[in-house]
Design a protein around this ligand. Structure first.
Ligand code: A2P
Length: 315
């Protein structure tokens, strides 16, 4: 069954389906079941990363679907990411090959530099202060030349870092993946990307409810009264409203769920539209920088001391 959902066309002609399956924290049989359910209901865009440690499970399921002819390789859009511990030009090829071996694929549709911050190889958080984006990106371009990545791009890079890559690149970044949701709309960064024709993919499009700390003033996004009342009026779920808002803003979304019912729910967002009034009312919920939920500083102690720490400037 071919996926018939809308897709964003990348500069290499690749079609990136507007909804993909986020897989962070999906593991073992649960990951296999969720991916099977997602493929059954029409997902064709799968987003993973070396650090998620689930490429092998994903590879097993994709292999079953591909070898049985239930899906053709050209229908899939598979994304994985260079880990922070591989942020050196000499490590890029090895890291991508390792991902491809686990995914049981000969190429990925998109390979992203996961973070502008580099860590020492095989370390759990020891900063590599020598990170050189220009050199890493050159090695990324070589992966396109070698046919191992159809497209390459960036994740968690700020505006200045993106502009530096644009100055030296031979193959333009095809995508930027960053945290975007109604509380953290990233308007300035999206505007920069629009000017350079770089599509943006929103991670944590539901506002990362597992990590967010709700307050009276700013409840968990899925429970915000503006979102819940809009969803009720439209006969939709809050998650569908939040995803639809981003899709109508030309973003690709990669909601993650380990629940098969919610995986399906998150895909069914193409048979309704938000009015311009509804879009405008969701726009007023933007908390700008304060709306960022994913706190890399708590994940990696001292990460803000890296010279390429991306979140020390407004965008
Ligand atoms: P679960 O795996 O139990 O479905 P984000 O992508 O913004 O980080 O959000 C992912 C989180 O949101 C996961 O914890 C997931 O939990 C939950 N989630 C995913 N889809 C939905 C949905 N449709 N409704 C409510 N919660 C959802």
């Amino acid at each position: 069954m071919a996926s018939r959902i809308p897709a964003i066309t990348l500069h290499n002609g690749g079609k990136m389906p507007s909804v993909g399956l986020g897989t962070f924290q999906g593991h073992d049989d649960e990951m296999r079941q969720v991916l099977n359910a997602a493929l059954e209901c029409g997902y064709r865009h799968i987003d993973t990363a070396t650090v998620y440690k689930n490429e092998a499970e994903i590879g097993d399921v994709l292999h079953e679907w591909l070898s049985s002819g239930r899906v053709a390789r050209e229908e899939l859009f598979v994304v994985t990411k260079l880990p922070m511990t591989g942020n050196r030009s000499g490590d890029v090829g090895r890291c991508l090959q390792d991902s491809l071996d686990k995914l049981r694929l000969s190429y990925v549709d998109l390979y992203l530099i996961h973070s502008p911050v580099g860590m020492k190889a095989n370390s759990k958080g020891v900063l590599d202060l020598e990170t050189n984006h220009e050199e890493i990106y050159k090695a990324m371009e070589e992966q396109v030349d070698a046919g191992k990545a159809k497209a390459i791009g960036l994740s968690n890079f700020n505006s200045k870092q993106i502009e530096r890559i644009l100055k030296v690149c031979r193959i333009k970044p095809a995508n930027l993946q960053v945290e975007v949701h109604v509380y953290h709309q990233q308007k300035a960064l999206r505007e920069l990307c629009r000017a350079f024709d770089i599509p943006v993919c929103a991670y944590c499009p539901l506002g990362a409810p597992h990590a967010a700390e709700g307050s009276d003033e700013y409840p968990i996004l899925l429970q915000h009264p503006v979102v819940t009342s809009m969803a009720k009026r439209l006969g939709r779920t809050p998650a569908q409203v939040l995803l639809r808002f981003l899709i109508q803003n030309n973003l690709v979304v990669i909601p993650k769920s380990t629940n098969q019912k919610r995986v399906k729910e998150n895909f069914n967002v193409f048979d309704f539209e938000l009015s311009s009034e509804d879009v405008a009312s969701l726009e007023t919920l933007d908390r700008k920088g304060d709306g960022r939920v994913i706190d890399f500083k708590s994940l990696f102690e001292g990460i803000e001391n890296h010279p390429e720490w991306p979140f020390g400037i407004p965008y």
